[in-house]
Every structure is written in C-alpha cells, then in structure tokens.
Design a protein around this ligand. Structure first.
Ligand SMILES: NC(=O)c1ccc[n+]([C@@H]2O[C@H](COP(=O)([O-])OP(=O)(O)OC[C@H]3O[C@@H](n4cnc5c(N)ncnc54)[C@H](OP(=O)(O)O)[C@@H]3O)[C@@H](O)[C@H]2O)c1
Length: 139
C-alpha cells in the first residue's frame, strides 16, 4: 500500500482506540509493505519499501500466500500491469471522494468472474482477460 493509505489506516485505528503502540502487523496475520520514497518514514506494523519490486524480492519462493495490492491510485495503476484478479466492492451510495479506482482499465482488460449483491454494495471478482491469440492456417 502507498504511504497515504497506510497513514489513513493507522489514524483510523487510533480513532477506534486500538492500541497502535506495539502492533506487530497493521493487518493481522499478514505481512504488510508500505511504499514510500522516504527511507526514514516509520510505519509500525509494516515494512517500508521504495518500490513494489523491493517488496516482491523480499518474499521467498516457498511463500505461496496471495499478494494483495491495497492502493492508492498510482499503486493500483502500477500493479494492474501484473495483477490477474481484482476483488472489488462497488458501493451503491455516493460518497464525497477525491480518489477513484481506474475503473476504465478494469472494463477493458478484465471480465467479471463472480458477483454477489450485498446490502450496501456489490462484491465483484474480476479475472484478467486471456490474451487473444491468432493462428495461421494454410488454405
Ligand atoms: N477504498 C479503498 O479501497 C482505498 C484503497 C486505497 C486507498 N484509499 C484511500 O485513498 C487515499 C490515498 O490514496 P493516494 O493515491 O492519495 O495515496 P497512496 O498511494 O496511498 O500514497 C501515495 C504515496 O505512496 C508512496 N508511493 C506511491 N507509489 C509509489 C511508488 N511506486 N514508489 C514509491 N513510493 C510510492 C509515495 O509516498 P512518499 O510521498 O512518502 O514518497 C506517495 O506519495 C487515502 O484516503 C486512502 O484511505 C482507499
């Protein structure tokens, strides 16, 4: 996740009176990475990395856990180049927002695999479209 997303999450936890003093992981049972160009940025409960590649490289081959990209905007754009699956919650209500998911990319490169209608949102799972392949046949 990007630095701002982490900061929002951290502030949200504090607002909910969660003790953030000694948190082992900002997201329980997961290994979390925070992207920042500032090597001095401190992120309790996560490891700060300068780019996605660095986070990737620190994982071992034996680690088969699913990797999730949490955003924000530029992190999503960068990660969509190698992402094969998207878990999206489409909110029904309108909110006052200043950041938006690049939905046009999804519509172009992904297809809905499964969907579930919940009370306040639609939960959709998208899979990347398989590449179109052409075969030459002699006539
Ligand atoms: N609803 C959702 O699902 C969802 C998901 C994600 C975020 N959000 C919200 O969106 C807002 C934040 O989004 P955002 O797009 O403004 O910010 P962001 O991506 O969370 O954070 C931006 C910062 O991350 C670092 N960063 C991003 N890409 C990087 C890269 N490729 N290499 C190195 N560092 C990189 C930079 O930090 P430095 O300036 O320290 O270098 C950059 O200023 C928050 O309000 C958050 O809560 C919502």
């Amino acid at each position: 996740m990007g630095r701002r997303t982490y900061e929002d999450m951290f502030e949200m936890m504090k607002a909910r009176n969660i003790d953030v003093g000694n948190i082992e992981n900002i997201l329980p049972n997961r290994t979390s990475f925070v992207l920042s160009s500032n090597p001095n940025f401190e992120a309790p409960g996560a490891t700060v990395v300068p780019n996605i590649r660095k986070a990737w490289q620190s994982l071992t081959e034996e680690d088969t856990r699913e990797i999730f990209i949490l955003g924000g905007y530029h992190v999503f754009i960068e990660a969509l180049a190698f992402t094969t699956k998207i878990y999206a919650n489409i909110m029904r209500k309108t909110y006052d927002c200043d950041k938006f998911f690049p939905i046009d990319i999804i519509n172009k490169d992904y297809i809905v695999a499964t969907g579930e209608q919940l009370e306040e949102l639609d939960h959709l799972v998208y899979h990347k479209r398989p590449p179109i392949t052409f075969r030459h046949r002699p006539f």
